[in-house]
Design a binder for this molecule. Structure first.
Ligand code: PMP
Ligand code: GLN
Length: 387
């Protein structure tokens, strides 16, 4: 008799990103679904990776991350957010932001603890909570701006004991950003109810139209109860290197590292070396990222302006453009996305995948972290197929 699996995630299938990417590959379609650049990382990064491998960076790195990388990251946090991070006690390098998020949840969420997740939400949050025995409480962000439902949040925090609140800013897939007042209000509410805060700020450098990202690290009211997560993959166009990091006060970092130590112990050494060398030698690289991506966003919007089937929503941050689709609205977003990839050769992500109950507001997500010619070809195909 086969063993009883007692699955911890009985309802989980493959991720929507993997599903749409597989369909894109099968149909030879343009993949604007999964969030990754189709252009190369900066050339110098390769040279540093080679240098790392050849100069002996091939064994385990220190558990919290290569010291020179943590130092480079601390400098970045000081320059950007005026935040003094002690590289020894407050920064932990992880295998992508995904591992930081999982590790933070695993370190602080005990069986039965409640974790508040705003939806739409990145796909790893809910499962990470459930695997660790926690209970996810979901609150829907309010369209059209994906704003926080403050009254509902306040009621929920007064009614339930919420161990952790998870906030994604800038937001995937909404493309929305939070302002200083939002952060302060979250700080007030969570302090009153003594909840921890887990901030997913992987798109911190991708904020457009002259605005700047407001990190939780900038606000003293938030710092002592916050773990803030970043991703190098979004910064240096190398998502496959899977380097991320978590920043938290020493007491929280100590707990986070206890789990990190037994989950992965340490992260790819030569990749950490290369990233540190790159950040040290190209301090201005990240300053231009927002402009680099804003140009792509604007191009994609321009190419599809006036398309009868898609109406784009604002995108203030991240590398995703959301479109309300008019055609085939009755089929549901997943079926519509599958139809687009099979018939027009363009893959996008249906937004219902970001809701635990498959709520479908009739939106598709397009990733514009692509070469200009990729965006032009995708737009051409989408125009060809207009209803
Ligand atoms: N959070 C969000 C909101 C993301 O969009 C992603 C990746 N697209 C991640 C976390 C994971 O980042 P990483 O690839 O560094 O694990
Ligand atoms: N974070 C990427 C996105 O939102 C996908 C990463 C993944 O495939 N898990 O598209």
């Amino acid at each position: 008799m086969p063993p009883d699996l007692h699955s911890k995630l009985p309802d989980a299938g493959i991720s929507i990103f993997a599903h749409m990417t597989a369909l894109a590959n099968r149909h030879g379609a343009i993949n604007l679904a999964q969030g990754f650049p189709d252009f190369a990382p900066p050339e110098q990064l390769f040279a540093y990776l080679d240098e790392g491998v050849r100069s002996g960076y091939n064994q385990y790195a220190a558990m919290p991350g290569l010291p020179q990388l943590r130092t480079a990251l601390a400098r970045r946090l000081r320059d950007r957010y005026d935040y003094e991070a002690d590289p020894d006690s407050t920064i932990t390098v992880t295998a992508g932001a995904t591992q930081s998020i999982y590790t933070a949840i695993s370190a602080f969420v005990r069986p039965g603890d409640k974790v508040l997740i705003f939806e739409p939400a990145y796909d790893s949050y809910g499962p990470a909570v459930r695997i660790n025995g926690g209970q996810a409480l979901y609150l829907r962000l309010e369209l059209p701006d994906f704003s926080i439902p403050w009254d509902a949040l306040e009621q929920l925090l007064s009614k339930e004991t919420v161990r952790m609140v998870l906030v994604n800013n800038p937001h995937n897939p909404a493309g929305s950003i939070l302002c200083a007042d939002d952060l302060l209000r979250i700080g007030e509410l969570t302090r009153r109810h003594n909840s921890l805060l887990l901030w997913d700020e992987v798109y911190d450098l991708l904020v457009f139209d002259g605005k700047r990202h407001r990190s939780a690290l900038e606000f003293p009211i938030l710092r002592d109860r916050s773990i803030v997560v970043f991703s190098i993959g979004k910064t240096l166009h190398n998502t496959g290197w899977k380097i991320g990091y978590a920043v938290a006060p020493e007491a929280l970092t100590n707990e986070l590292r206890k789990v990190h130590q037994f989950l992965v112990f340490s992260v790819n050494t030569p990749a950490q070396y290369a990233v540190a060398r790159f950040l040290d030698s190209h301090p201005g690289f990240t300053d231009e990222l927002h402009q680099f991506y804003q140009t792509r966003r604007d191009l994609f919007w321009d190419l599809l302006r006036g398309h009868p089937d898609f109406e784009f929503l604002p995108c203030r941050g991240s590398y995703f453009a959301l479109a309300r689709f008019r055609a085939s609205a009755t089929t549901g977003d997943l079926a519509y996305a599958e139809h687009l990839v099979a018939t027009l050769g363009v893959a996008a992500i249906p937004i219902s995948a970001f809701y635990h109950d498959a709520h479908d507001p009739g939106l598709l997500r397009f990733c514009f972290a692509k070469k200009e010619e990729t965006l032009r070809e995708a737009a051409r195909l989408l125009w060809l197929g207009k209803a």
